[in-house]
Ligand binder design. Structure first.
Ligand SMILES: Cc1ncc(COP(=O)(O)O)c(C=O)c1O
Length: 384
């Protein structure tokens, strides 16, 4: 760590709101799965940002698409048609595999906020004025804006910011009886992450998602998936719902869609794709031609490089290796995940120390709390 690091860290301390406990490292360049710090030291990246740069760092086709659009047209507002936006929407619906429509936002939290508005509008129209409550899961994470925080099932993240917007309630994950009891007349939607990411990589069971689908259909409420972290082949399929064969009525998307450029989306299926009307939702930056060009290049490269197959194959290899490590050492109490979204629980509460020591050895990892390690490598990751 040299002069550039010292100067940057000093500016950060002096002028940045202290919302992040940053690690003592500064990455200045990336290439594929490799990151380089300001001293030229190499690291293998097992985080992809946090599930963002699935194609690896500095992908040439994404860079070229961004550069070309940057020199042509950057912004004109959403009042006009622009290149790439509608082609990207069509591509997302093709990947979804069912009729639907898309709204572009800038982040995961914003995509979720849009889903909540959509659900409330739908609930009021279909179930009556009082149907505005959204059911979420304990341990979930849906973002840091106020309604997304209210949806997040983690009191530790919420308490300092109360009062939060009303109209969210939480149920235990994978408990269908609790879900059935929670869908009362005031409910308009259920939202779950197919695999809880920030909570520590806890998957919904297939039976739970199938049961939730059935309950939502019977009661006339929307089933919405927060696929912000699980989408775009992270778990092997374009969207994680495709692993379980349960189609949601709406989804929130973001993270990996443009390999690091900020983009989010609401994807609404047939039931609710015409629910929001002109003037009822909007965004200054959402769906601009530069991010949409980046996203189209990203989605094309996902397919060209067969990242879904790679995530499944390498993910299964990784899970098997971790399982064998668990059996032979007794240092892990649980190994779980799908594709290249993998979590392990450590026997001892040393996750933060493992992350620090791994970084010293050239591996970038993530921990969740004291005892969970989370692996979200770029989907170009190989067995080696
Ligand atoms: C499942 C899920 N939803 C929402 C978000 C929030 O996304 P953003 O940070 O882009 O607002 C995250 C971020 O980690 C997430 O993992």
């Amino acid at each position: 760590m040299g002069e550039l690091f010292d100067r940057t860290a000093e500016l950060d301390r002096a002028f940045h709101l202290p919302t992040y406990a940053r690690k003592k490292v500064m990455f200045v360049r990336g290439e594929g799965m490799t990151l380089f710090d300001d001293d030229g030291k190499k690291y293998l990246d097992f985080t992809s940002g946090i599930g963002v740069t699935s194609l690896g760092h500095a992908h040439p086709k994404v860079a070229a698409a961004v550069a070309a659009q940057m020199t042509k047209l950057v912004h004109v507002s959403n009042l006009y048609f622009v290149e790439h936006r509608d082609e990207l929407a069509a591509k997302l619906i093709q990947l979804f595999g069912h009729p639907g429509k898309v709204f572009f936002a800038n982040s995961g939290a914003e995509a979720n906020e849009g889903c909540f508005k959509l659900a409330r509008r739908y609930g009021k129209a279909k179930r009556g004025e009082g149907a505005s409550t959204i059911i979420c899961a304990n341990g979930s994470f849906h973002g840091r804006t106020l309604a997304a925080l209210a949806a997040t099932g983690q009191a530790s993240k919420q308490d300092a910011f109360k009062p939060l917007p009303a109209g969210f309630k939480h149920v235990p994950l994978n408990d269908l009886e609790a879900l059935a009891a929670a869908i009362t007349d005031d409910v308009c939607a259920v939202m779950v992450e197919p695999i809880q990411g920030e909570g520590g990589v806890f998957p919904c069971t297939k039976e739970y998602l199938q049961g939730a689908r059935k309950l939502c259909d019977e009661r006339g409420v929307l089933l919405m998936f927060d696929e912000v972290q699980t989408a775009f082949y992270r778990t092997g399929t374009p969207f994680s719902f495709q692993r379980c064969g349960v189609v949601p009525d709406a989804m929130a998307l973001a993270k990996a869609m443009a390999n690091g450029l900020p983009i989010g989306a609401i994807l609404a299926g047939e039931k609710c794709m015409d629910t929001l009307q002109p003037g009822e939702h909007g965004s200054t930056f959402g769906g601009g031609p530069v991010v949409c060009a980046a996203a189209l290049a990203t989605l094309a490269a996902h397919e060209e490089q067969k990242l879904g197959e790679n995530a499944t194959r390498v993910g299964n290899y990784f899970l098997a290796k971790l399982e064998a490590f668990k059996e032979s050492t007794g240092l892990l109490t649980d190994v779980r995940g799908a594709g290249l979204m993998v979590g392990v629980t450590l026997k001892d509460p040393i996750a933060a120390r493992v992350v620090e020591e791994a970084r010293a050895k050239g591996f970038v990892l993530l921990n969740v709390g004291d005892s969970i390690l989370r692996f979200l490598p770029p989907l170009v990751c190989t067995e080696k």
